[in-house]
Ligand binder design. Structure first.
Ligand code: FAD
Length: 444
């Protein structure tokens, strides 16, 4: 069967990997390189060539599909589990947030409110099904269960930095999912996973497996239409040329899918239009000196600066792997009118550097080797109250059209690499199951 996959992120590559042995696979990627949001940037400023993700990434212990895929591809020797120090920068002060005694020293909350925060986290840990929390706003749920001060002084700045003006509409289901994953610490405290050599190794390994089986991955090739006639997929259009195929797996964001299918997805059309995505403007900076001397990996920020977090990669991964210090400075933004999207790259970088100068008196621009800004509009669904109803099915309606990506059920209530790999596999299963049953019934 000839299957066209739109998008070479982890969802598209995982689907291609599962299907390439018994099908003709062509993956179309509109960017110049593959990997989508998990793609890397190649740097050799210090004469040592290395790959580093354009957007900070790590693995959680619960990422079972991702970890199994790493093993299957023979990359397990590159897997590291490391402690990354977390802190919260509130009104000019750095609060370490790694152990219960440290959290008890978080002065913006009184002891009573710290106890309420602890009880809320405990409550979250024992919730197994978030479905009934999807229609409740996180803000209301936190205030009802832990009080206004816990919301305003702890959660509100974090949610504002993640969802901007949409923060107050985010569902309690998202919050519960997020806190659960970050509080899964075990006896030794939280350890995060990372692949030595970066997630580029995973992307390249998937590419090798697909192409070794005769699959094709075409970079810089944007699909402009999915051609559907009589409710059956006929093929796609790229560069003005029609390419026939038996089936399409689309991994593109819902608004873009709606445009590609020219509104032919019937009942799904309105849902596709109603799902909101947010963007990310993430600066990656190579430095001569450490930025956070206290060893922080992840710093959440409540301060008057244009970013919400600073992530010092080389306070997590060994400096020697890179030969320079690597820092991400990042912010989400909500729409195309945001300055982080409208401004030129150098203007955004300048505003971020001014923010760093304000927060870190020892930081000097003279220490910068290089700085890059990576930004995209489609980096995460906005998990608003009631979002669960909008989760897209794997089979889109028209015969031969399948969907897998951040909008899939495997990425609810928070998107991740694991969720997209699982979505890619789920979409591939439609073909594998049908292959097992009969040769032609996939045309149903
Ligand atoms: C700042 C940031 C930090 C993150 N940190 C983590 C983390 O620590 N851990 C974690 O698990 N996850 C993290 N994620 C999330 C993770 O990167 C994503 O969930 C996952 O990579 C999404 O994969 P995907 O294939 O679903 O989508 P994408 O990676 O978005 O892939 C879709 C692809 O489709 C292509 N495309 C779109 N339209 C077309 C078209 N018309 N024709 C051809 N190609 C097209 C796009 O260019 C893109 O390459 C992070 C994401 C961001 C932005």
């Amino acid at each position: 069967m000839k299957i066209i996959i739109i998008g070479s992120g982890l969802a598209g590559l995982s689907a291609g990997y599962k299907l390439c042995k018994s099908n003709e696979i062509i993956i179309f990627e509109k960017d110049r390189e593959i990997g989508g949001m998990a793609a890397s940037y190649c740097q050799d400023y210090t004469g040592k060539k290395y790959f580093i993700e354009k957007y900070y990434h790590h693995i959680f212990r619960s990422d079972s599909e991702l970890l199994a895929l790493i093993n299957e591809l023979g990359l397990e020797r590159q897997m590291l589990w490391l402690k990354g120090k977390n802190a919260y920068f509130v009104d000019g002060k750095n609060y370490p947030m790694n152990t219960p005694p440290e959290i008890l020293r978080f002065n913006p909350l009184s002891v009573t409110n710290l106890v309420k925060l602890g009880l809320l986290v405990f409550r979250i840990k024992i919730i197994n099904d978030t479905t009934s929390y999807d229609r409740i706003k996180a803000k209301d749920w936190i205030i009802d269960n832990a009080g206004k001060s816990v919301y305003e002084n702890f959660f509100a700045p974090l949610m504002k930095s993640k969802f901007g003006e949409n923060a107050e509409n985010i569902s309690a289901a998202w919050l519960i999912g997020r806190v659960k994953i970050r509080s899964d610490r075990g006896k030794e405290g939280e350890k995060l996973g990372y692949l030595r050599g970066g997630f580029n190794s995973l992307i390249k390994s998937l590419e090798r497996e697909i192409t070794a089986q005769g699959g094709k991955i075409l970079e810089n090739k944007e699909i402009t239409e999915i051609v559907i006639e009589g409710n059956i997929v006929q093929g796609v259009i790229a560069d003005g040329t029609f390419i026939a195929c038996d089936a399409v797996i689309s991994t593109v964001e819902p608004g873009a899918l709606d445009a590609l299918t020219k509104g032919k997805l019937g009942a799904l059309h309105e849902t596709l239009q109603s799902i909101r995505y947010q963007g990310t403007a993430c600066a990656l900076i190579g430095l001569d000196k450490r930025l956070m001397e206290n060893g922080n990996y992840w710093l959440n920020i409540k301060a008057d600066v244009p970013f919400g977090a600073v992530i010092e990669h080389t306070n997590f991964m060994p400096f020697e792997d890179y030969g320079e210090h690597l820092v991400y400075v990042t912010s989400y933004f909500q729409n195309e009118k945001d300055v982080l999207w409208m401004q030129k790259e150098e203007e955004v970088l300048d505003s971020y550097l001014k923010g760093l100068e304000k927060m870190f008196p020892d930081f000097s621009r003279a220490d910068i080797h290089w700085a890059k800004l990576f930004r995209r509009m489609d980096t995460a669904p906005v998990y608003e109250q009631g979002y669960l109803e909008k989760v897209l099915p794997f089979a889109a309606g028209p015969s031969g059209l399948y969907l897998a990506g951040m909008f899939s059920s495997t990425n609810y209530p928070e998107r991740s690499m694991n969720g997209s790999i699982k979505a890619g596999f789920e979409s591939a299963n439609f073909f594998i199951k049908k292959d097992e049953n009969c040769d032609v019934c996939w045309l149903d």
